[in-house]
Design a protein around this ligand. Structure first.
Ligand SMILES: [Fe+2]
Length: 396
């Protein structure tokens, strides 16, 4: 996150004495990525951020589990998150169910109606996409109010919890990276400002606006790290930051603020790119005017993106190219490398003359194959693979 932000109280000069009203020194913490050679923030704590009084191993199944199986035989898949069951009392961290994953990214889903435990992912950034409901993401930097259509980027090792609000549970599509997630490099000037061709910019981003402090002692924080899960007990509540500044912090961006790029003929998927991560990209397909060449075909051509698995999450409208496939709101389609995919039969002809597509989808293209997690196996529509030919083993 390249933009400087300052929240709460901070001293005039970094690394100098900064005292609380009772005369004690605040504890300064530098949180920085890439060996302190890239974005960072300085946070000022009331208590030592280092003071833990216990550390216990936790079974890795507590945050969705880690077991996946290869997509073998290789098939396009239709997963229906709308059919996943979540009991009342589920939270957005330990209630996650693992849909898909590989060495670079884990993709989970959760329907949460109670606050999560305090949590920190030390292995990489997390991106929460809010499919429905509303809530607050409370972090050591402050709180973010989130709702339908929000992407929430949570930096590596940022302590946070998710608090659902309102009568509807929070429906969260969770992307856990094994590294950092941010705007594509090509959208940014050398010093980090969004360029004019970028489909979103600084005005669309929301960050914490005030500190969030909570009193407490012996407070548990669940840590996800590369070896598994550990539960720390902190001597004091980690939400004790009176101020911070820098360019590394959690931020939100609503998919409706993504301005689609359109053309006379079909524009390729990179025009929809929203984020990049280690060995994957994330794109937003938003309601838009469509191709206006007099002979244009607005739905995509058949395509073989030979280096990627493509995972599409359908969150709004009616996705033109998938009409007749059984895909609906909440569905995921996985089109793996090695399988050429394209519009459903009749969709190309049917789209001719259309001026506008009312469709919203979040796409993840991974550069290594995605494997199937527990949740994928429990919500798959086995007919999807045969939906172009309309015959096959599970079709009739
Ligand atoms: Fe595609």
């Amino acid at each position: 996150m390249p933009y400087y932000r300052s929240v709460g109280e901070i001293p005039r000069k970094r690394h100098t004495q900064f005292r609380s009203p009772d005369g004690g020194l605040y504890a300064e913490e530098l949180m920085g990525v890439e060996g302190f050679s890239a974005d960072s923030a300085l946070l000022y704590h009331r208590h030592l951020p280092t003071a833990i009084v216990d550390a216990r191993a936790v079974d890795s199944s507590a945050v969705g589990g880690r077991h996946t199986v290869p997509n073998h035989p290789l098939k396009p898949r239709h997963l229906r998150t709308q059919d996943l069951t979540f009991s009342a009392g589920t939270n957005a961290v330990t209630g996650r169910r693992l849909l898909l994953g590989n060495a670079d990214v884990r993709i989970c889903f959760a329907v949460a109606d109670v606050p999560s435990p305090l949590y920190r992912n030390a292995a990489g950034d997390e991106l929460l996409y809010v499919q429905g409901g509303a809530g607050t993401v409370e972090t050591v930097y402050g709180a973010l109010s989130v709702g339908d259509g929000d992407y929430v980027v949570i930096p590596t090792s940022c302590t946070y919890r998710v608090v659902p609000q309102g009568r509807e549970p929070l429906r969260l599509y969770v992307i856990e990276a094994n590294g950092h997630i941010g705007p594509p490099r090509r959208y940014l000037a050398a010093k980090g400002q969004f360029l004019e061709h970028a489909p979103y910019c600084e005005r669309d981003q929301r960050g914490p606006t005030e500190p969030l402090t909570v009193e407490g002692t012996d407070v548990e924080v669940l840590i996800s790290h590369r070896s598994g899960l550990t539960r720390y007990t902190y001597a004091n509540h980690p939400f004790d930051v009176v101020g911070w500044d820098g360019c590394l912090y959690p931020w939100a961006f609503n998919i409706r603020d993504f301005e689609p790029i359109t053309g006379r003929v079909h524009q390729p998927p990179p025009v929809h790119q929203t984020f990049e991560g280690p060995n994957f990209v994330i794109c937003s397909f938003c309601p838009r005017k469509v191709d206006y060449h007099p002979l244009s075909i607005p739905v995509p051509y058949n395509h073989a993106n030979v280096d990627s698995d493509e995972l599409m999450f359908y969150v709004g409208g009616n996705y033109e190219a998938r009409k007749g496939s059984g895909i609906g709101i909440g569905s995921l389609s996985l089109h793996p490398s090695g399988f050429t995919h394209g519009p459903q039969p009749g969709a190309a002809e049917g789209s001719i003359g259309a001026e506008y597509f009312d469709e919203t989808a979040v796409m993840i293209d991974t550069f290594r194959p995605l494997e199937l997690g527990e949740a994928a196996n429990s919500c798959e529509d086995p007919r999807y693979a045969w939906s172009w030919a309309r015959r096959g083993p599970d079709w009739d």
